[in-house]
Design a protein around this ligand. Structure first.
Ligand code: DX5
Ligand code: ZN
Length: 220
C-alpha cells in the first residue's frame, strides 16, 4: 500500500492550519515536514513552534525530514513536539549509527536521507536499524525543483537490498514527484511519495485524490 506524504514546505503559510486539515480530508497518510538550518542546506524553513502548533490539529503521522547539521542535538526536542518519524541526512551526521540509535531510543521511527550524490552503500552497516530510507531526487533545500532521473536506480537498489537482507525500511522519494512520474517511481519500488508543489498547487484535496487514483490502480 503506497503512502502519500505532502510536504508543507509548499503550503501557503498564512493559511497553514487550514491546509494541514485539508491533507487529512484528502486522505494523505503522512505529513512531510522539512526543517532546514541554513547550514546543511542554503535555505531556512521553520522550527519547533510551527510544528508544535500544527501537531494540535491532526493525528496524522508527522514525517519530519531534518536538513540540519548534527541533528542528534535536537532528537529529544522533536520527540517532545510530536514527531513520529525522524529522518536525518547521512551527510549531516558525524556519528550516523549513534544518531539512529538516539532516535529509536527516544521512541520515534528512524529514517536516513541520501542526497543525490550519496551512494546507497553508506547504509550498509545501519540498514537493519532503519524504518525508512529517503531518497532525495533533487538537491535538498527548495521545493519545486526538477526530478533527477538517476534516483530511480537508487530506489531499485534499495528495494533489492531490502529483499536480500530482509530489512524492513520503507523507501521514500522526495523532490520533483508529480502525477507524471509517480507510477514509474512506484514500479521502481517507492512506498512513500513526498510531494510539495504537486499537492499544494491548486486544489489540495483534489490533488491528493488524483495521486490516489494513480497509485492505487497499480498495487503489487
Ligand atoms: C526539498 C524538500 C522537499 C520539497 C519537495 O529540500 O525536502 O520535501 O519540499 O517539494 P517538491 O515536491 O515541490 O519538489
Ligand atoms: Zn523533504
Amino acid at each position: 500500500m503506497y503512502k502519500l506524504s505532502p510536504s508543507i514546505l509548499s503550503a501557503d503559510f498564512s493559511r497553514l492550519g487550514e491546509q494541514v486539515l485539508q491533507l487529512k480530508e484528502g486522505g494523505a497518510a503522512y505529513v512531510h515536514i522539512d526543517v532546514m538550518d541554513g547550514m546543511f542546506v542554503p535555505n531556512l524553513s521553520f522550527g519547533f513552534p510551527v510544528i508544535e502548533s500544527i501537531r494540535g490539529l491532526t493525528d496524522q503521522v508527522f514525517d519530519v525530514h531534518l536538513m540540519i547539521e548534527e541533528p542528534i542535538r535536537y532528537v529529544q526536542d522533536f520527540k517532545k513536539i510530536g514527531a513520529d518519524i525522524l529522518t536525518v541526512h547521512a551527510e549531516a551526521c558525524k556519528h550516523l549509527h549513534r544518531t539512529i540509535l538516539a532516535v529509536r531510543e527516544a521512541g520515534m521511527k528512524a529514517g536516513v536521507a541520501l542526497n543525490p550524490a550519496t551512494p546507497v552503500s553508506v547504509l550498509e552497516h545501519v540498514a537493519e536499524l532503519l524504518d525508512l530510507v529517503l531518497v532525495m531526487s533533487v538537491n535538498p533545500g527548495y521545493g519545486g525543483q526538477k526530478f533527477i532521473n538517476q534516483s530511480k536506480k537508487k530506489i531499485r537498489s534499495l528495494k533489492k537490498m531490502r529483499k536480500e537482507h530482509n530489512y524492513r525500511y520503507e523507501i521514500e522519494v522526495d523532490g520533483g514527484v508529480s502525477f507524471e512520474n509517480a507510477v514509474m517511481l512506484q514500479e521502481a519500488g517507492v512506498d512513500v511519495f513526498v510531494a510539495g508543489t504537486q499537492v499544494f498547487k491548486g486544489d489540495i484535496v483534489a490533488n491528493i485524490k488524483k495521486f490516489d487514483e494513480i497509485l492505487s490502480a497499480k498495487q503489487e
